[in-house]
Design a protein around this ligand. Structure first.
Ligand SMILES: C[S@@+](CC[C@H](N)C(=O)[O-])C[C@H]1O[C@@H](n2cnc3c(N)ncnc32)[C@H](O)[C@@H]1O
Length: 276
């Protein structure tokens, strides 16, 4: 597929939350729902029901997720496009993940050029973008990228982000990145592609650049997508390329349905001196 950039035409509703947001697979019920905003609570109640159902019947029993697994299983590349065309996007929070908003607010995110692979409709891309950080969102689905462009056309920071319809594994950008942020892309690709994912991260990141992985879902189950992930899954493919975790912590800012199932990993290449 040839990459395309897209123009802008519609407004972006940051507050919209899709009914199954967060239940990209299934979740355990959360006792914290009452303290969340009403809309999140409503989404959470649906999550809890889905979780109860999935615990008793196993993974993939949430209708939308089962459908996604079937669509991707039939066609691993074109399947993503079909999911976007048919609105099979239960992973889409309809807003940036709170961790990103927090890191931007606290100035704890590298400046320069940032990349979000598998960006979907681009909420995190937009949240990260500003005069000091240009963010490129890449997704293999033309429909996802069109949606991202349409929703963000009127935003005041639109000069500071770019959306590209590209295959992350084949794309050849002309400049490297200071930051790569992966959220629910690693878990979406087939596990056999994880080494290739790490190679691409290594190729696209500047030598002193930082990789931030928001690791989800930290569960144990077979099958996917999403495929279950663990910290060691990341270590397995990143350590051999010289990446080392600066920190791995629970994501206290995860949305309610994903609480306890996300970890934040911050990775950098070991400096040459570290080998001496
Ligand atoms: C689970 S979704 C996550 C989207 C977004 N990160 C989010 O959190 O809402 C995974 C995304 O990866 C995209 N994708 C899958 N394979 C890809 C590839 N080879 N290159 C780029 N994007 C890809 C899909 O189209 C989909 O939008």
């Amino acid at each position: 597929m040839r990459g395309r950039t897209f123009g802008f035409s519609q407004r972006f509703l940051l507050s919209q939350v899709t009914p199954l947001a967060g239940s990209w697979r299934q979740s355990r019920p959360s006792s914290r729902f009452p303290s969340r905003p009403a809309i999140a609570a409503a989404a959470g109640r649906m999550e809890s029901s889905a979780a109860d159902a999935s615990r008793s019947r196993g993974p993939g029993t949430i209708p939308k997720v089962s459908k996604i697994q079937s669509v991707i299983g039939q066609d691993s590349q074109g399947g993503w496009e079909r999911c976007w065309e048919e609105g099979l996007t239960p992973w889409d929070l309809g807003k940036p993940t709170p961790l990103i908003a927090h890191l931007v607010q606290t100035g704890d995110l590298p400046l320069g050029r940032a990349l979000v692979p598998g960006c979907g409709s681009g909420h995190d891309v937009v949240a990260m973008a500003g005069p000091e950080r240009h963010v490129v969102g890449v997704d293999i689905s033309v429909s996802a990228i069109q949606k991202a462009c349409e929703m963000t056309s009127a935003l005041p920071n639109k000069e500071h982000f770019t959306f590209l319809a590209e295959d992350f594994f084949a794309w050849q950008p002309t400049e490297l990145f200071d930051l790569i942020f992966d959220y629910t892309f690693f878990c979406a690709i087939d596990p056999s592609m994880r080494s290739a994912w790490a190679d691409r991260i290594g190729d696209l990141l500047k030598p002193d650049g930082e990789l931030i992985t928001l690791m989800y879902p930290m569960d144990e189950f077979d099958g996917g997508p999403p495929y279950a992930v663990s910290v060691s899954d990341y270590e397995e493919v990143l350590h051999s390329l010289g990446f080392k975790a600066i920190s791995v912590v629970d994501n206290e800012l995860a949305i309610a349905p994903r609480k306890g199932r996300e970890k934040v990993g911050r990775w950098k290449r070991k400096s040459p001196q570290a080998h001496m």
